[in-house]
Design a protein around this ligand. Structure first.
Ligand SMILES: Cc1ncc(COP(=O)(O)O)c(C=O)c1O
Length: 397
Protein backbone atom coordinates (compact mmCIF):
# COMPACT_ATOMS: atom_id res chain seq x y z
CA UNK A 1 0.00 0.00 0.00
CA UNK A 2 1.37 3.43 -0.87
CA UNK A 3 1.37 5.29 2.38
CA UNK A 4 4.10 7.84 1.92
CA UNK A 5 3.42 11.52 1.68
CA UNK A 6 5.45 13.75 -0.63
CA UNK A 7 8.12 15.65 1.31
CA UNK A 8 8.17 19.42 0.96
CA UNK A 9 11.77 20.03 -0.05
CA UNK A 10 14.63 17.62 -0.33
CA UNK A 11 17.69 17.18 -2.48
CA UNK A 12 16.97 15.89 -5.94
CA UNK A 13 18.66 12.55 -5.32
CA UNK A 14 16.94 11.86 -2.04
CA UNK A 15 13.61 12.84 -3.61
CA UNK A 16 14.27 10.38 -6.39
CA UNK A 17 15.19 7.67 -3.94
CA UNK A 18 12.10 8.27 -1.87
CA UNK A 19 9.90 8.28 -4.92
CA UNK A 20 11.61 5.21 -6.32
CA UNK A 21 11.08 3.56 -2.97
CA UNK A 22 7.38 3.97 -3.46
CA UNK A 23 7.39 2.57 -6.92
CA UNK A 24 9.99 -0.14 -6.98
CA UNK A 25 8.56 -2.43 -4.40
CA UNK A 26 8.90 -6.10 -5.23
CA UNK A 27 5.61 -7.11 -6.72
CA UNK A 28 3.89 -9.99 -4.99
CA UNK A 29 3.15 -12.66 -7.54
CA UNK A 30 5.75 -11.26 -9.90
CA UNK A 31 7.48 -13.93 -11.88
CA UNK A 32 10.93 -12.43 -11.85
CA UNK A 33 12.72 -10.19 -9.43
CA UNK A 34 13.29 -7.08 -11.52
CA UNK A 35 15.69 -4.26 -10.83
CA UNK A 36 15.23 -0.57 -10.87
CA UNK A 37 15.93 0.69 -14.39
CA UNK A 38 16.91 4.15 -15.41
CA UNK A 39 14.07 4.77 -17.82
CA UNK A 40 11.65 4.06 -15.00
CA UNK A 41 13.75 6.26 -12.74
CA UNK A 42 13.49 9.11 -15.21
CA UNK A 43 9.73 8.83 -15.51
CA UNK A 44 9.27 8.35 -11.81
CA UNK A 45 11.36 11.40 -11.15
CA UNK A 46 9.25 13.39 -13.64
CA UNK A 47 6.06 12.11 -12.05
CA UNK A 48 7.45 13.10 -8.71
CA UNK A 49 8.38 16.58 -9.95
CA UNK A 50 4.92 17.06 -11.46
CA UNK A 51 3.23 16.00 -8.26
CA UNK A 52 5.59 18.13 -6.22
CA UNK A 53 5.10 21.11 -8.51
CA UNK A 54 1.33 21.06 -8.15
CA UNK A 55 1.80 20.44 -4.44
CA UNK A 56 3.95 23.59 -4.20
CA UNK A 57 2.15 25.88 -6.59
CA UNK A 58 -1.41 25.70 -5.60
CA UNK A 59 -4.15 23.48 -4.49
CA UNK A 60 -2.64 20.36 -6.07
CA UNK A 61 -5.26 20.16 -8.80
CA UNK A 62 -4.90 20.02 -12.56
CA UNK A 63 -6.38 22.86 -14.57
CA UNK A 64 -9.84 21.37 -15.18
CA UNK A 65 -13.27 22.91 -14.93
CA UNK A 66 -14.50 20.40 -12.36
CA UNK A 67 -18.11 21.58 -12.65
CA UNK A 68 -18.19 20.61 -16.33
CA UNK A 69 -16.99 17.02 -16.03
CA UNK A 70 -18.70 14.49 -18.28
CA UNK A 71 -17.86 10.89 -18.98
CA UNK A 72 -15.35 11.81 -21.65
CA UNK A 73 -11.60 11.53 -22.04
CA UNK A 74 -9.39 14.09 -20.38
CA UNK A 75 -5.82 12.83 -20.83
CA UNK A 76 -3.80 12.80 -17.61
CA UNK A 77 -0.05 12.80 -16.99
CA UNK A 78 0.95 9.15 -16.76
CA UNK A 79 0.00 5.68 -17.78
CA UNK A 80 1.26 2.39 -16.47
CA UNK A 81 2.75 -0.18 -18.78
CA UNK A 82 3.89 -3.76 -18.42
CA UNK A 83 4.83 -6.30 -21.10
CA UNK A 84 4.53 -10.04 -21.07
CA UNK A 85 6.61 -12.39 -23.12
CA UNK A 86 6.62 -16.17 -23.05
CA UNK A 87 10.23 -16.31 -21.95
CA UNK A 88 10.28 -13.52 -19.40
CA UNK A 89 6.76 -13.44 -17.99
CA UNK A 90 5.53 -9.98 -16.99
CA UNK A 91 8.15 -7.25 -16.94
CA UNK A 92 8.51 -4.78 -14.11
CA UNK A 93 5.72 -2.27 -14.65
CA UNK A 94 6.60 1.36 -15.22
CA UNK A 95 4.89 4.69 -15.30
CA UNK A 96 5.37 6.47 -18.58
CA UNK A 97 4.02 9.69 -19.99
CA UNK A 98 0.45 9.30 -21.22
CA UNK A 99 0.47 9.12 -25.01
CA UNK A 100 0.10 7.02 -28.13
CA UNK A 101 1.49 3.54 -28.22
CA UNK A 102 3.18 1.72 -31.09
CA UNK A 103 1.66 -1.53 -32.34
CA UNK A 104 2.51 -3.94 -35.10
CA UNK A 105 -0.21 -4.00 -37.79
CA UNK A 106 -0.39 -7.73 -37.11
CA UNK A 107 -0.86 -7.38 -33.35
CA UNK A 108 -3.27 -10.00 -32.00
CA UNK A 109 -5.58 -7.35 -30.62
CA UNK A 110 -5.94 -5.53 -33.95
CA UNK A 111 -6.57 -8.64 -35.98
CA UNK A 112 -8.38 -11.00 -33.66
CA UNK A 113 -9.68 -8.76 -30.84
CA UNK A 114 -7.60 -10.54 -28.26
CA UNK A 115 -8.13 -7.96 -25.57
CA UNK A 116 -9.84 -7.13 -22.29
CA UNK A 117 -10.53 -3.98 -20.40
CA UNK A 118 -11.52 -3.12 -16.87
CA UNK A 119 -13.01 -0.03 -15.32
CA UNK A 120 -12.84 1.26 -11.76
CA UNK A 121 -12.79 4.62 -10.02
CA UNK A 122 -10.76 6.50 -7.43
CA UNK A 123 -12.54 9.07 -5.28
CA UNK A 124 -10.76 11.86 -3.43
CA UNK A 125 -11.53 11.55 0.26
CA UNK A 126 -13.73 14.24 1.74
CA UNK A 127 -11.05 15.28 4.25
CA UNK A 128 -8.64 15.82 1.33
CA UNK A 129 -6.19 13.18 2.60
CA UNK A 130 -5.78 10.57 -0.07
CA UNK A 131 -8.06 8.54 -2.29
CA UNK A 132 -10.33 5.52 -2.18
CA UNK A 133 -10.65 2.63 -4.59
CA UNK A 134 -13.71 0.41 -4.54
CA UNK A 135 -13.12 -3.35 -4.44
CA UNK A 136 -10.25 -3.27 -6.97
CA UNK A 137 -9.45 -6.92 -6.25
CA UNK A 138 -12.74 -7.86 -7.92
CA UNK A 139 -11.66 -6.12 -11.10
CA UNK A 140 -8.36 -7.96 -10.86
CA UNK A 141 -10.13 -11.30 -10.48
CA UNK A 142 -12.48 -10.55 -13.35
CA UNK A 143 -9.51 -9.73 -15.54
CA UNK A 144 -7.96 -13.08 -14.60
CA UNK A 145 -11.15 -14.92 -15.59
CA UNK A 146 -11.35 -12.92 -18.81
CA UNK A 147 -7.69 -13.54 -19.60
CA UNK A 148 -8.23 -17.27 -19.24
CA UNK A 149 -11.23 -17.10 -21.59
CA UNK A 150 -9.31 -15.05 -24.15
CA UNK A 151 -6.20 -17.21 -23.92
CA UNK A 152 -4.02 -14.52 -22.38
CA UNK A 153 -1.68 -14.48 -19.38
CA UNK A 154 -2.92 -12.54 -16.38
CA UNK A 155 -1.49 -10.60 -13.49
CA UNK A 156 -1.70 -11.65 -9.86
CA UNK A 157 -4.41 -9.75 -7.96
CA UNK A 158 -1.79 -7.91 -5.87
CA UNK A 159 0.13 -6.92 -8.99
CA UNK A 160 -3.02 -5.48 -10.54
CA UNK A 161 -4.03 -3.53 -7.43
CA UNK A 162 -0.49 -2.27 -6.90
CA UNK A 163 -0.36 -1.02 -10.51
CA UNK A 164 -3.72 0.73 -10.11
CA UNK A 165 -2.53 2.49 -6.96
CA UNK A 166 0.68 3.67 -8.60
CA UNK A 167 -1.26 5.04 -11.54
CA UNK A 168 -3.61 6.98 -9.28
CA UNK A 169 -0.74 8.46 -7.27
CA UNK A 170 1.08 9.54 -10.44
CA UNK A 171 -2.12 11.25 -11.67
CA UNK A 172 -3.33 12.52 -8.32
CA UNK A 173 -3.82 16.11 -9.45
CA UNK A 174 -6.48 14.82 -11.88
CA UNK A 175 -8.65 13.27 -9.19
CA UNK A 176 -11.67 15.60 -8.96
CA UNK A 177 -12.46 17.42 -5.72
CA UNK A 178 -14.85 15.53 -3.42
CA UNK A 179 -18.38 15.60 -4.81
CA UNK A 180 -17.33 16.65 -8.32
CA UNK A 181 -16.60 13.26 -9.84
CA UNK A 182 -13.92 10.61 -9.80
CA UNK A 183 -10.79 9.45 -11.56
CA UNK A 184 -11.87 6.69 -13.94
CA UNK A 185 -9.18 4.03 -14.20
CA UNK A 186 -9.03 1.95 -17.34
CA UNK A 187 -6.77 -1.14 -17.23
CA UNK A 188 -6.24 -2.91 -20.57
CA UNK A 189 -4.72 -6.29 -21.36
CA UNK A 190 -4.17 -7.14 -25.00
CA UNK A 191 -2.23 -9.23 -27.46
CA UNK A 192 0.40 -6.77 -28.67
CA UNK A 193 2.67 -9.30 -30.36
CA UNK A 194 2.46 -9.95 -34.12
CA UNK A 195 0.53 -12.97 -35.33
CA UNK A 196 -0.77 -13.74 -38.81
CA UNK A 197 -2.67 -17.01 -38.55
CA UNK A 198 -5.39 -17.21 -35.91
CA UNK A 199 -3.59 -18.08 -32.66
CA UNK A 200 -2.78 -16.46 -29.31
CA UNK A 201 -0.36 -13.54 -29.70
CA UNK A 202 3.29 -14.10 -28.70
CA UNK A 203 3.42 -10.96 -26.52
CA UNK A 204 0.93 -9.05 -24.31
CA UNK A 205 0.69 -5.56 -22.91
CA UNK A 206 -0.96 -4.52 -19.68
CA UNK A 207 -1.66 -0.83 -19.65
CA UNK A 208 -3.57 1.51 -17.34
CA UNK A 209 -4.67 5.01 -18.20
CA UNK A 210 -6.98 7.35 -16.35
CA UNK A 211 -9.37 10.23 -16.91
CA UNK A 212 -11.31 12.45 -14.54
CA UNK A 213 -15.02 11.84 -15.13
CA UNK A 214 -18.44 13.03 -14.11
CA UNK A 215 -21.80 11.42 -14.83
CA UNK A 216 -21.96 8.74 -17.50
CA UNK A 217 -25.24 9.56 -19.18
CA UNK A 218 -26.00 12.93 -20.69
CA UNK A 219 -29.06 12.92 -18.41
CA UNK A 220 -26.62 13.31 -15.47
CA UNK A 221 -28.34 11.82 -12.46
CA UNK A 222 -31.75 12.19 -14.13
CA UNK A 223 -33.65 9.01 -15.01
CA UNK A 224 -32.76 7.30 -18.29
CA UNK A 225 -34.87 5.83 -21.08
CA UNK A 226 -34.10 2.40 -22.49
CA UNK A 227 -35.28 0.52 -25.55
CA UNK A 228 -35.26 -3.26 -25.74
CA UNK A 229 -33.23 -4.56 -28.69
CA UNK A 230 -35.42 -7.10 -30.40
CA UNK A 231 -33.14 -8.03 -33.29
CA UNK A 232 -29.63 -7.60 -31.92
CA UNK A 233 -28.07 -9.72 -29.22
CA UNK A 234 -25.07 -8.92 -27.13
CA UNK A 235 -24.01 -12.43 -26.18
CA UNK A 236 -24.80 -16.08 -26.76
CA UNK A 237 -24.40 -19.20 -24.61
CA UNK A 238 -20.84 -20.46 -24.88
CA UNK A 239 -19.63 -17.06 -26.06
CA UNK A 240 -17.76 -14.46 -24.03
CA UNK A 241 -20.60 -12.26 -22.71
CA UNK A 242 -19.53 -12.87 -19.13
CA UNK A 243 -16.06 -11.40 -19.55
CA UNK A 244 -15.05 -7.87 -20.30
CA UNK A 245 -13.52 -8.53 -23.67
CA UNK A 246 -13.32 -5.61 -26.08
CA UNK A 247 -14.99 -7.92 -28.62
CA UNK A 248 -18.32 -7.48 -26.79
CA UNK A 249 -18.55 -3.76 -27.29
CA UNK A 250 -18.24 -2.86 -30.98
CA UNK A 251 -21.15 -5.19 -31.88
CA UNK A 252 -23.56 -3.16 -29.71
CA UNK A 253 -22.62 0.19 -31.21
CA UNK A 254 -25.09 0.01 -34.09
CA UNK A 255 -28.08 -0.74 -31.88
CA UNK A 256 -26.93 1.86 -29.38
CA UNK A 257 -26.45 4.53 -32.06
CA UNK A 258 -29.88 3.85 -33.55
CA UNK A 259 -31.43 4.00 -30.09
CA UNK A 260 -29.76 7.34 -29.37
CA UNK A 261 -30.97 8.71 -32.70
CA UNK A 262 -34.49 7.92 -31.53
CA UNK A 263 -33.91 9.74 -28.24
CA UNK A 264 -33.23 6.74 -26.00
CA UNK A 265 -30.35 6.64 -23.59
CA UNK A 266 -29.26 3.04 -24.11
CA UNK A 267 -30.29 -0.39 -25.33
CA UNK A 268 -31.46 -3.28 -23.19
CA UNK A 269 -30.49 -6.70 -24.54
CA UNK A 270 -32.46 -9.93 -24.32
CA UNK A 271 -31.16 -13.50 -24.26
CA UNK A 272 -30.32 -14.82 -27.70
CA UNK A 273 -32.12 -18.16 -27.36
CA UNK A 274 -35.68 -17.24 -26.37
CA UNK A 275 -35.45 -13.49 -27.05
CA UNK A 276 -37.46 -13.09 -23.88
CA UNK A 277 -35.24 -12.75 -20.82
CA UNK A 278 -33.50 -9.52 -19.86
CA UNK A 279 -29.73 -9.65 -19.89
CA UNK A 280 -28.17 -6.21 -19.52
CA UNK A 281 -27.71 -2.83 -21.16
CA UNK A 282 -24.64 -2.17 -23.29
CA UNK A 283 -22.45 -1.21 -20.35
CA UNK A 284 -24.42 -1.88 -17.19
CA UNK A 285 -26.50 -4.46 -15.34
CA UNK A 286 -30.21 -4.11 -14.68
CA UNK A 287 -32.45 -4.51 -11.61
CA UNK A 288 -36.22 -4.30 -11.23
CA UNK A 289 -38.26 -3.72 -8.10
CA UNK A 290 -41.73 -5.13 -7.57
CA UNK A 291 -43.46 -5.01 -4.18
CA UNK A 292 -40.24 -4.71 -2.20
CA UNK A 293 -38.61 -7.61 -4.04
CA UNK A 294 -35.59 -6.68 -6.10
CA UNK A 295 -34.75 -8.94 -9.03
CA UNK A 296 -31.81 -9.01 -11.37
CA UNK A 297 -31.05 -11.39 -14.25
CA UNK A 298 -29.08 -14.38 -13.10
CA UNK A 299 -25.60 -14.52 -14.57
CA UNK A 300 -25.31 -17.68 -16.60
CA UNK A 301 -22.35 -16.98 -18.86
CA UNK A 302 -23.90 -14.35 -21.10
CA UNK A 303 -24.04 -11.45 -18.63
CA UNK A 304 -21.12 -9.51 -17.18
CA UNK A 305 -20.98 -9.95 -13.42
CA UNK A 306 -20.65 -6.33 -12.42
CA UNK A 307 -18.77 -5.31 -9.29
CA UNK A 308 -21.56 -2.80 -8.71
CA UNK A 309 -24.23 -5.45 -9.28
CA UNK A 310 -22.65 -7.68 -6.65
CA UNK A 311 -22.29 -4.79 -4.19
CA UNK A 312 -25.86 -3.59 -4.74
CA UNK A 313 -27.20 -7.08 -4.08
CA UNK A 314 -25.39 -7.12 -0.73
CA UNK A 315 -26.42 -3.58 0.20
CA UNK A 316 -30.07 -4.20 -0.71
CA UNK A 317 -30.16 -7.38 1.37
CA UNK A 318 -28.68 -5.51 4.32
CA UNK A 319 -31.31 -2.82 3.89
CA UNK A 320 -33.90 -5.57 4.31
CA UNK A 321 -34.98 -6.16 0.74
CA UNK A 322 -35.42 -9.58 -0.71
CA UNK A 323 -33.10 -9.88 -3.70
CA UNK A 324 -33.55 -12.55 -6.31
CA UNK A 325 -31.09 -13.50 -9.02
CA UNK A 326 -33.35 -15.20 -11.51
CA UNK A 327 -34.58 -15.21 -15.08
CA UNK A 328 -36.28 -11.84 -15.49
CA UNK A 329 -38.68 -11.84 -18.39
CA UNK A 330 -39.80 -8.94 -20.58
CA UNK A 331 -43.23 -9.53 -19.03
CA UNK A 332 -41.78 -8.43 -15.69
CA UNK A 333 -41.19 -5.01 -17.24
CA UNK A 334 -44.92 -4.44 -17.48
CA UNK A 335 -45.47 -4.77 -13.73
CA UNK A 336 -42.25 -3.42 -12.18
CA UNK A 337 -42.44 -0.44 -9.83
CA UNK A 338 -38.86 0.73 -10.22
CA UNK A 339 -36.01 -0.17 -12.55
CA UNK A 340 -32.37 0.80 -12.26
CA UNK A 341 -29.06 0.08 -13.96
CA UNK A 342 -25.76 -0.46 -12.17
CA UNK A 343 -22.13 -0.18 -13.19
CA UNK A 344 -18.89 1.54 -12.27
CA UNK A 345 -19.48 4.23 -14.86
CA UNK A 346 -23.25 4.65 -14.40
CA UNK A 347 -23.20 3.93 -10.61
CA UNK A 348 -26.95 3.40 -9.91
CA UNK A 349 -28.98 4.98 -12.70
CA UNK A 350 -32.76 5.24 -12.27
CA UNK A 351 -34.75 4.16 -15.33
CA UNK A 352 -37.70 6.32 -16.27
CA UNK A 353 -39.04 4.34 -19.21
CA UNK A 354 -38.42 1.13 -21.11
CA UNK A 355 -39.81 0.72 -24.61
CA UNK A 356 -40.48 -2.81 -25.79
CA UNK A 357 -42.46 -3.90 -28.79
CA UNK A 358 -43.96 -0.41 -29.22
CA UNK A 359 -45.08 -0.42 -25.58
CA UNK A 360 -43.62 2.17 -23.23
CA UNK A 361 -43.46 1.30 -19.54
CA UNK A 362 -42.89 4.07 -17.01
CA UNK A 363 -41.36 3.62 -13.56
CA UNK A 364 -41.31 5.53 -10.32
CA UNK A 365 -38.24 7.73 -9.91
CA UNK A 366 -37.15 10.39 -7.44
CA UNK A 367 -35.90 11.01 -3.92
CA UNK A 368 -38.25 8.62 -2.15
CA UNK A 369 -37.40 5.51 -4.11
CA UNK A 370 -35.58 2.30 -3.28
CA UNK A 371 -33.29 3.10 -6.20
CA UNK A 372 -32.25 6.34 -4.55
CA UNK A 373 -31.73 4.68 -1.18
CA UNK A 374 -29.44 2.14 -2.77
CA UNK A 375 -27.63 4.83 -4.77
CA UNK A 376 -26.98 6.83 -1.61
CA UNK A 377 -25.86 3.81 0.41
CA UNK A 378 -23.43 2.68 -2.28
CA UNK A 379 -21.91 6.07 -3.05
CA UNK A 380 -21.51 6.91 0.65
CA UNK A 381 -19.21 3.90 0.95
CA UNK A 382 -17.41 4.59 -2.33
CA UNK A 383 -16.75 8.21 -1.43
CA UNK A 384 -15.79 7.48 2.17
CA UNK A 385 -18.73 9.40 3.65
CA UNK A 386 -19.63 6.56 6.01
CA UNK A 387 -17.58 4.02 7.84
CA UNK A 388 -16.74 1.13 5.52
CA UNK A 389 -17.70 -1.80 7.72
CA UNK A 390 -17.37 -4.24 4.85
CA UNK A 391 -13.75 -3.51 4.03
CA UNK A 392 -14.69 -2.75 0.42
CA UNK A 393 -12.65 0.39 -0.01
CA UNK A 394 -8.90 0.48 -0.41
CA UNK A 395 -7.01 3.54 0.82
CA UNK A 396 -4.33 5.33 -1.10
CA UNK A 397 -2.78 7.86 1.28
C1 LIG B 1 -21.59 -5.04 -20.34
C2 LIG B 1 -21.42 -4.52 -18.96
N1 LIG B 1 -22.25 -4.94 -18.01
C3 LIG B 1 -22.15 -4.53 -16.74
C4 LIG B 1 -21.18 -3.63 -16.36
C5 LIG B 1 -21.07 -3.20 -14.94
O1 LIG B 1 -19.93 -3.75 -14.32
P1 LIG B 1 -19.23 -3.04 -13.11
O2 LIG B 1 -20.28 -2.84 -12.08
O3 LIG B 1 -18.17 -3.99 -12.67
O4 LIG B 1 -18.68 -1.77 -13.61
C6 LIG B 1 -20.30 -3.14 -17.33
C7 LIG B 1 -19.31 -2.14 -16.95
O5 LIG B 1 -18.21 -2.33 -16.92
C8 LIG B 1 -20.40 -3.62 -18.65
O6 LIG B 1 -19.56 -3.21 -19.61
Amino acid sequence: MLRRRLPHRKSSMSMLNKFAGDFVMPNPGHRRWSFFNFRSAYYMHSAYETALHSHRTGDGYADVNWDDLRFSLTPTDYMYSMKYSKDGGFSQGELIRYGNIELSPSAGVLNYAQGLYEGLKAYRKANGNGFLLFRPELNAQRMQIGADRMCMPSLAVDQFVHAVKQTVVANKRWVPPPGKGSLYIRPLLFGSGPILGLAPAPEYTFLIYTSPVGNYFKEGLAPINLIVAELTHRAAPGGAGCVKTIANYAPVLKAQTQAKEKGFTDVLFLDSVKNKYLEEASSCNIFILKDNVISTPITNGTILEGVTRRSVIEIARELGYQVEERLVSVDDLAVADEVFCTGTAVVVAPVNTITYNDQRYTYTCGEETVTNTIYKSLTAIQMGLVEDRKGWTVDID
